[in-house]
Design a protein around this ligand. Sequence first.
Ligand code: SF4
Length: 216
Amino acid sequence: MPESKKAVGTRAKKIIRILAEEHPEADCALDHRSPFQLLISTILSAQCTDARVNQVTQSLFKKYPTPEAFVQAESEDLEEAIRPTGFFRNKAKNIQACCASLIRDHGGRVPETMEELTALAGVGRKTANVILGNCFGVPGIVVDTHFGRLSRRMGLTQESDPVKVERELADLIPPEEQVLFCHRMILHGRQVCGSRKAQCEICVVEMVCPKEELPS
Ligand code: SF4
C-alpha cells in the first residue's frame, strides 16, 4: 500500500530538522558577488563541478565583468576561457545570447521572476530557482542530480522528472525552509549519499530513511 501523505510529511519534517543540525554551514557553493555572476556561474555548472566553475570564474569575471563585456567578446576567446567547464561552445553561445537579452530586455540587470529568467538562453527552472532563492529571497526547490536522487531514496517522491520532483517537494517543504534545505540535501548527497555509494552506516537520517532505489 502506498504511504500516506501525512507519513511522508512527517518524515520530511524530521529530515529537515536533522539535516539542519548536520549541515548548518550549507550554502551556495558557487562563488559570486552579484546575481549576474551567479547566473553565469550556474550556466557554467551544467555537467561540471562547482569547484571547477569557481576556478574558471576567478579570472573570467575580471576579463568580462559585465553583460556588455560578454556580448562584445570574441566567441573563440570566451570558449577558451570556459573550456575547463565542458560543453564550452554551447555554454559560450548561451552566455552571449543570455547577456544580449539582459541588455536588450532588462537594462543589463538580472530579472527577478521565474518567467523572465527561464526566457533567457541557457536558463532552465533549476538555474532560475538558484538565482531566485539565493539572490532575491524567493522560495523554490532546486532539483539537481543530487537533490533528485536523495529525495527518491528518502521516499519524499517517486518522480524522476525534475519538474515533478520540484512540484512535489515544494508542497512538502515549508517555503521558508526551501532554499537552505536544497543546499543541505546537495551537500549531503556529495558527502554521504553518493550516486554510486550510499553510506547509510554513517548517515544521520538513517533511522527515518526508507532507502529506496539504492545502488546494488
Ligand atoms: S540512509 Fe542511506 S539512502 Fe538514506 S539518505 Fe542516508 S545514505 Fe542516503
